[in-house]
Design a protein around this ligand. Sequence first.
Ligand code: NAP
Length: 500
Amino acid sequence: MAERCLCLTGSTLADDFAALERYRDLVDMVELRVDYLEPQEKFHIRSFPEKAGLPCILTARRRVDGGRFDEGEGVRLVLLAKGLAYASDDPQKNFAYIDLEEDFRVPALEEAARIFGTRIIRSCHDPDGVPDDLGAMWDSVSREPGEIPKIAVHPRGTGDVLRIFEKCASIGSRERIVVGMGDYGFCTRLLASKTGSTIQYASATGAGMEAAAPGQIDPDLLEDVYRTRLLGDYYALYGILGGPSVIGALSPRIHNAGFAGLGIEAVYIPFPADDLAAFFRLADILDIRGFSVTAPYKEKILPYLSSRSPEVERIGACNTVVRTEHGWTGYNTDTRGFGVDVLRFIGRENLEGIRVCIVGAGGAARAVAQAVKTLGGEACIVNRTMWRAKALAERFGFEWAGQNERAVEMLGRYSDLIVQTTSMGMNGGVPGDPLELYEFTGREAVYDLIYNPRETPFLARAREAGCRCANGIGMLREQAAEQFELFTGTAYPSDLEPIE
Ligand code: NAP
């Protein structure tokens, strides 16, 4: 299992020690990022390992490799030599590791490290992308048998992530460190058992420090949400597929709390994706057992499924995919999730006699339309792209309009309940209010499927006008509970604190 390493990026050693104390129980080792230290602090790095009391990596990362060091190679050499100098008989008083880039080969320094028992991490970084020839990058760091090869790259899409895991699968059991930076690379940080990484880097961001690299998260999140130290090397893998904003989704907290509550060896992580075919190849390599689907893939995923539940067939959108012996099966738990939560919100047992405006005509709107129909309501669909509004409305026998004056006229007749289902106003999505032409009267009940932020500009405007309002957190919890049962065959634990 990978050791968890806290990257210390304080400008003073005192700050670094304070951050270490904050996280000491949650980490196995630390990396002292000398390149973040103020000049006078660099004179005192030699005593750091003894005071830290944990195995330490000594690193002075250059700007070109994504670090801060820009004083030249001569100064860097002196600094690193200072870190190794006057080695003690007691290895705990020495740096346990030194990180040296593949093009920084100084035999005298390397010899000193070997004699003093400091292991060399031989690293190569591409902070801007993943090189076409990842094999050559790996070869450049893996020449010396006693060193620990490290590659750190910045995937810019699902294809890049796939190439990283493919490369890892081809390496065999050689000790290594592999890091994918940024949102796309986030899964490589969490799945150290799948990359074969012996070190998992964490940031001290919860202690106010800068992350040493994009995508690094703090030990609290690794421990509480993803339980990376509690899981063995073999666990069932689940996740959420979506656009870039899926990194901020609440679903990992919900599902992982369920696994923890029931003692299930499983983890659920975000997979932002830009290429569905590449994602499915990744799902095979990683043996993903099932995943949630969110914007913008609820409809686009359909051609990749080998079977679909009657609900998916009816509404033409899928938010849950489960691996079976015969391929991928798609389900939709949004319909029930919305139905249960909206009835709770308006305090009724059905929607009979309720006239509803559904704003949006994407995957989520389809589920909402199905729920409104099943619960006996009447509705109109308002959407930016008119043909999509028309297609969805005709499927359910509802009225429709574009985002225009006709929508305002129709809202005069369909405003007992207004349900916002577009991605406008979502964190990481397009800012704005999809119904800005409409003046709320204060008598409408207004439900926004978005829960991040808790209140979109649309919902804030409705609340200010005196409307009763709800966001999508209740729906999220309801649909996730049904998903959890589809994934595990077990009901979601009922005694957990609700995730906010
Ligand atoms: P989707 O299939 O991609 O549909 C997006 C919808 O938003 C379409 O109607 C689209 O209109 C509209 N839209 C996007 N950008 C717009 C813009 N700039 N101006 C006007 N309209 C715009 O996404 P989805 O899967 O339906 O998800 C939509 C939202 O619902 C997301 O924020 C998602 O997080 C949320 N959601 C929440 C829950 C929950 O449990 N609370 C469940 C499902 C979804 P066009 O047709 O014109 O492109």
